[in-house]
Ligand binder design. Structure first.
Ligand code: SF4
Ligand code: SF4
Ligand code: SF4
Ligand code: SF4
Length: 346
C-alpha cells in the first residue's frame, strides 16, 4: 500500500491515501465542506462548484477535483469562499421552487442543508427566475417519480446509471437554463431502457427522484433478498409486522449495496391481501380452500400415478437452498427423472 499523504485542513493535520480528493479527505475526517454533485460511489465531475476551498499558494479550488498533496494547507471557510459559494448555489437553484412542505425529501434533502449553510439572496434569484419554465411530473414509473422542477442538474443519476448499474438510460438534455435530465427521444422514463433498479433514486440528493408512497420504517432487519440466486444483502424496513421499505446493505460482499427492481421494490407480496394463505384444490372446475392435510394427501395420491419422464418439477428461487436441494433429490431419486428447472434460470 502506498504511503499516506499528510496535509493540513483548517489547522488540523489529516492523512489520506494518494489520489483522494481534498473534499473526501475533509469529509472522512469529520470536516464539513458543502457539496452537491459529489458522491462517494461515483467519479467526481466538479459541476456544482459549491465545494470550493482555499489552498495556500493557489486560487480558490474545487475540492472534489483536487487530489491531496503532501504538505498542502487547506482552508474550508472564509468570507471570499462564502460569497463565491453563494453565487454558485444561486445559479443552481434559479428555478427551484423550495416548496419543501410538499416535497417527499423534506428534512432529508442535501439542498435544504446547503441552503441553510450557505444562504441565498431570494430577491436576486427571483429577479432572474423564468416563471414560464417548468417540467411535467413524470409519473409513468410504478415505483418512483421524476420531478425535474426539483432537479439541481448534479448529474449523480446519470453517473449512477452508467457507473453503478452499467446502463446509460438517462443523460443531460437541452442547453442553458433549459438543461434537464431526460431519456432518448425526451420520452417518459417508462418508455426508456430503465430497469427500475432505483440506484439513481437512492442517490439523488434532492426531491427530484423519489420512491412512490415512501413510508419511513420504524426498524430494519438485515437479511438476503429472496428473489434470486445472486443473494443480495437487503435491509428490510418495517412498521409493526408490515414491510414498508427495502434497501441494499452497504458494501455487502455479493452485491456491494446494489439491488435490482425485485429486491428494492418487489416485497409487496409479503403483506398483499391477495397472497394465498391456504391450499386450494380444484373441485368441479372451481378452486376451493382446503386444509394442508387434505391438499398434501391429494398431492401424494396423484404423484403415485406418474413416473420417470412423465414428471417434471419447477423449483422456486423464493425457497431456501436446503428446500431446493430436497426438491431436486425428490425429483431424481423418488420420481426417477432429471426433469427439473428453476425460475432463477429464466
Ligand atoms: S428538493 Fe429539497 S429544497 Fe427542494 S423542495 Fe424538496 S426538500 Fe425543499
Ligand atoms: S435528478 Fe437528482 S440526481 Fe439527477 S441530476 Fe437531478 S438532482 Fe441530480
Ligand atoms: S432506475 Fe436504474 S436503470 Fe433506471 S435510470 Fe435509474 S439507475 Fe438507470
Ligand atoms: S432479485 Fe435482484 S436484488 Fe434480489 S438477489 Fe436477485 S439481483 Fe439481487
Amino acid at each position: 500500500m502506498s504511503e499516506l499523504v499528510t496535509l493540513t485542513i483548517d489547522n488540523r493535520e489529516v492523512k489520506a491515501a494518494p489520489g483522494t480528493s481534498v473534499l473526501r479527505a475533509a469529509l472522512d475526517n469529520g470536516i464539513y465542506v458543502p457539496h452537491l454533485c459529489d458522491h462517494k460511489d461515483l467519479t467526481s465531475v466538479g459541476v456544482c462548484r459549491v465545494c470550493l476551498v482555499e489552498i495556500e499558494g493557489r486560487r480558490p479550488t474545487v475540492s472534489c477535483m483536487t487530489p491531496v498533496e503532501e504538505g498542502m494547507v487547506v482552508h474550508t471557510a472564509s468570507e471570499d469562499l462564502d460569497k463565491t459559494r453563494k453565487i454558485n448555489l444561486e445559479l443552481l437553484v434559479l428555478n427551484h421552487d423550495y416548496d419543501c412542505q410538499n416535497c417527499a425529501q423534506n428534512s432529508k434533502c442535501q439542498l435544504q442543508d446547503l441552503t441553510r449553510y450557505i444562504g441565498i439572496d431570494e430577491e436576486r434569484i427571483n429577479a432572474m427566475r423564468d416563471p414560464d419554465l417548468s417540467w411535467d411530473l413524470d409519473q409513468s414509473n410504478p415505483y418512483y417519480l421524476r420531478d425535474m422542477n426539483r432537479c439541481v442538474r448534479c448529474g449523480i443519476c446519470v453517473r449512477t446509471c452508467e457507473e453503478v448499474q452499467g446502463d446509460e438510460c438517462i443523460d443531460f438534455a437541452f442547453r442553458g437554463i433549459e438543461t434537464t435530465i431526460s431519456v432518448l427521444g425526451d420520452k417518459e422514463i417508462l418508455d426508456s431502457t430503465c430497469t427500475t433498479c432505483g440506484e439513481c433514486v437512492v442517490r439523488c440528493p434532492v426531491g427530484a427522484l423519489v420512491p412512490r408512497n415512501a413510508i419511513e420504517p420504524t426498524y430494519e432487519v438485515e437479511t438476503v433478498c429472496p428473489f434470486c440466486g445472486c443473494g443480495c444483502g437487503i435491509l428490510v424496513g418495517a412498521r409493526g409486522d408490515k414491510i414498508v421499505s427495502s434497501r441494499g446493505i452497504p458494501d455487502y460482499p455479493s452485491s456491494g449495496g446494489s439491488l435490482c427492481v425485485k429486491g428494492r421494490y418487489g416485497l409487496g407480496f409479503v403483506n398483499s391481501p391477495e397472497r394465498l394463505t391456504t391450499p386450494l384444490i380444484r373441485k368441479d372446475g372451481e378452486l376451493v380452500e382446503a386444509s394442508w392435510e387434505e391438499a398434501l394427501s391429494l398431492v401424494a395420491e396423484k404423484l403415485g400415478q406418474y413416473k420417470g419422464d412423465q414428471f417434471a418439477t419447477i423449483a422456486s428461487a423464493k425457497c431456501t437452498v436446503e428446500d431446493n436441494y430436497v426438491i431436486q433429490k425428490f425429483t431424481r431419486a423418488v420420481m426417477g427423472t432429471n426433469n427439473i428447472d428453476h425460475c432463477a434460470r429464466l
